[in-house]
Design a binder for this molecule. Sequence first.
Ligand SMILES: [Zn+2]
Length: 61
Amino acid sequence: MTKKRKNKIIKMCPECHSTKFQKDIRHQETYCTKCGLVILAPLTSGIIYPGYMYVDITKKI
Ligand SMILES: [Zn+2]
């Protein structure tokens, strides 16, 4: 395999596919600014969050 291609990976909200996120310093949560879905939160919260949706946009250009 000699493919040398730079993959462009972007982070998206799994719910609304927005790429804008806001970090809540107080709660240490990262959430989507569009739909408000919590993407990441500290493990101590005991809740498993969906996390970012990683999308490879390399081919779409
Ligand atoms: Zn969203």
